[in-house]
Design a protein around this ligand. Structure first.
Ligand SMILES: *Cc1c(COP(=O)(O)O)cnc(C)c1O
Length: 642
């Protein structure tokens, strides 16, 4: 098997922005929000097709002038609004197309992004649609109760629940809200009955079913008998009996299922909805007052823009998704002559991913300089002469074979060194000729446009390393934890050919803190094409589609804290900076691990005093050290670029 090299070979003539768009697949994952302008900069169209755009690189420069250092998370609430409008429009269209007699009332799962400004915006944008929130824990319930004030919007209460959770949710009904307590564990049935007896308030209840239809991919185990949440069919029937015995069956109004996030293949969803449609109808026939069918999350994001069932993609669009849900639920209801439910979806990833862009700068790179080894001499070691022979006879026909020869001779050299037959200088010479072979082969591969499988590791071995002013653990935790792919590309110089092939290393001293898998066409590639760094000039990359899950899952590995964040709203004149959320300072991250900045300064002061007394330090040095140390507590945890 071979995999494609860059779409164009290195010998190309003038590079164009279209070449960059194709290389980084911008149209595939970015439309309608991201594109490249004539100046070679990435542009953002926060309102999608409705016009207006911003030059991202210029925006970043002007934010830097306002003291907002990189790395910088830029949120575009307009994109969030556009995503929400699209989702609602897709369901509206499906409902009209299939003459569906129920409505759609979606909710946003708070766990996707709990950031206050974002949720406040979301609730406001959702008002015309009675769009609600989904809480998966007690703190999330508290957020949802405080923020959600759109009349008629649903507040879906999921997750593990104790008495406090249940009673709080029940009492919130008296505020005119619509909390729906979803029974996810068998024990919750008795907790709810108890709370009902205590409070005398009738709850609205839902039940989460463990479907037989399983998700696929990473989150496939979210469904099925072994799923963490949900009731099996026998458990649902038992719960119905228990509610009936207490006169609460009319409270059971919602059926919920969630077959996992990022559903890549629509056929998985079709099965699940068919099954859920039947369970819904049967519950109605058993006498429950069924009103809502909640299809959970799972609506995917096309991270690589390939429109395939690859895990980083999806083989359907939002409209297909809505159509399939509406059509299948309608079929089940018609079959059993029951009223069509209000449809609820809990799309998080699909709503929140596009709205933020993480911009970071490259601090430096380690590039492999071209090697031209000296010819081997008669009196040099045989291994070195063999290696040089391999190098000097390499050509377009034999490079695959010669590559394996070179590998063998290099291994021989290292073995000989280990046994004391080669000197350090000789080993250096052997390794140098080996790398020269690899470089020559790499050029041949590029000229031929495809890589034989056994040479695939070569391009990563020969690639440069670009050092990012970023922590993968803080800003892209899913890349580290679950091999998630996000589109990453330079946000400027896109009219220039990116002639370097690189992997990315982060600031942490953890070897996992790197990015070496990048989006391709329904597959991944081990390197990213980047531009050579220019001395004294910034080089900025953007990571896209990371607006869901990344922020809250990020951790403080090596004590790199939250990045700076801004909210940019498009205006007819340009843009407004709506909110600035400063990233963590050193003092803040240190306090998370129980350090007190004043006590730390005091310790340094005492040590400096001692060094002064002993004559190891001058007064000036001591002053400077203390000043630096104290100032650091107020500084950003990332490297400053000047
Ligand atoms: C995580 C989760 C969601 C959100 O899923 P997405 O795939 O991000 O849309 C929805 N519902 C439940 C119950 C979840 O656990």
């Amino acid at each position: 098997m071979t995999y494609p090299e860059s779409p164009r070979s290195l010998s190309s003539s003038a590079w164009t922005i279209e070449d960059s768009e194709a290389l980084y697949r911008v149209k595939g994952w970015g439309e309608p929000y991201f594109s490249v302008n004539a100046a070679g900069n990435l542009t953002v169209s926060p309102k999608g097709d409705r016009g207006g755009s911003l030059d991202l690189f210029e925006l970043v420069q002007s934010l830097q002038q306002r003291n907002l250092a990189l790395p910088l998370l830029i949120r575009f609430p307009d994109i969030l609004e556009d995503r929400l409008d699209r989702l609602n429009a897709c369901f509206a269209q499906a409902i009209s197309r299939y003459n569906y007699t129920g409505h759609y009332r979606g909710v946003f799962p708070v766990k996707c992004n709990q950031q206050r400004h974002l949720l406040e915006d979301l609730v406001r944008f959702g008002q015309p649609y009675q769009f609600g929130l989904e809480a998966g824990s007690k703190p999330e319930l508290m957020i949802a109760l405080a923020l959600l004030d759109s009349p008629g919007a649903l507040l879906i209460c999921n997750g593990y629940k104790d008495r406090d959770y249940i009673e709080t949710a029940m009492l919130a009904r008296q505020l005119g809200k619509t909390p729906i307590i979803v029974l996810e564990q068998v024990e919750e049935v008795s907790l709810v009955l108890e709370a009902y007896r205590n409070l005398g308030v009738k709850p609205i209840l839902g039940v989460r079913a463990k479907l037989n239809a399983k998700g696929s991919g990473r989150w496939g185990t979210s469904a099925g008998d072994r799923a963490k949440f949900g009731l099996t069919i026998p458990e649902i029937v038992t719960a119905v009996d228990a509610l009936k015995a207490e006169g609460l069956l009319s409270s059971l109004q919602l059926l919920h299922f969630h077959i996992g996030s990022q559903i890549s293949d629509i056929s998985v969803l079709k099965d699940a909805i068919q099954e859920a449609g039947q369970i819904y109808a049967q519950l109605a026939l058993l006498g429950a007052n069924m009103q809502y069918l909640d299809v959970g999350g799972g609506l995917g994001v096309d991270y690589d823009g390939s429109k395939t069932s690859f895990s980083a993609s999806k083989n359907y669009n939002m409209q297909n998704y809505a159509n399939d849900i509406v059509a299948a639920v309608k079929d089940a209801c018609v079959q059993h002559h029951i009223a069509m439910p209000t449809l609820v979806s809990e799309s998080g990833r699909a709503l929140a991913s596009h709205q933020s862009v993480l911009v970071f700068n490259i601090l430096g790179s380690s590039e492999a300089a071209p090697i031209t080894p000296q010819a081997a001499q008669e009196d040099e070691d045989l291994i070195i002469r063999n290696l040089y022979e391999t190098y000097s006879t390499l050509n377009g026909e034999n490079y695959q074979e010669r590559y394996h020869d070179a590998e063998k001779f290099k291994d021989d050299a290292i073995a000989a060194f280990r046994l004391g037959y080669l000197s350090l200088t000789q080993r250096a010479r052997a390794e140098q000729i080996y790398w020269a072979c690899c470089q020559k082969i790499q050029i041949m591969i590029q000229q031929q446009g495809s890589v034989p499988d056994d040479l695939r590791s070569l391009s990563s071995a020969l690639s440069s390393i670009y050092y990012m002013n970023l922590s993968v653990f803080q800003s892209a935790p899913d890349c580290w934890a679950i091999d998630q792919l996000f589109p990453i590309l330079p946000i400027h110089r896109l009219h220039e050919e990116p002639s370097q092939r690189a992997t990315l290393a982060d600031l942490t001293c953890d070897s996992d803190g790197k990015l070496d898998r990048f989006i391709g066409q329904g597959q991944t590639k081990p390197i990213l094409e980047l531009h050579p760094l220019e001395p004294g000039k910034p080089y900025c990359l953007g990571m896209f589609l990371g607006g869901a899950y990344q922020e809250i899952m990020g951790n403080l590995h090596n004590l790199f804290g939250d990045t700076n964040a801004v909210h940019i709203h498009l205006t007819p004149q340009g843009y407004d900076i709506e909110h600035v959320v400063r990233g963590d300072t050193l003092g803040e991250v240190l306090s998370y691990v129980q350090y007190d900045s004043e006590a730390m300064v005091e310790r340094i002061r005492i040590q400096a005093e001692r060094a002064l007394q002993a004559g190891h330090m001058t007064l000036g040095e001591s002053q400077q050290l203390l000043q630096r140390y104290e100032e650091s507590f107020r500084a950003y945890t990332y490297l400053s670029s000047h």
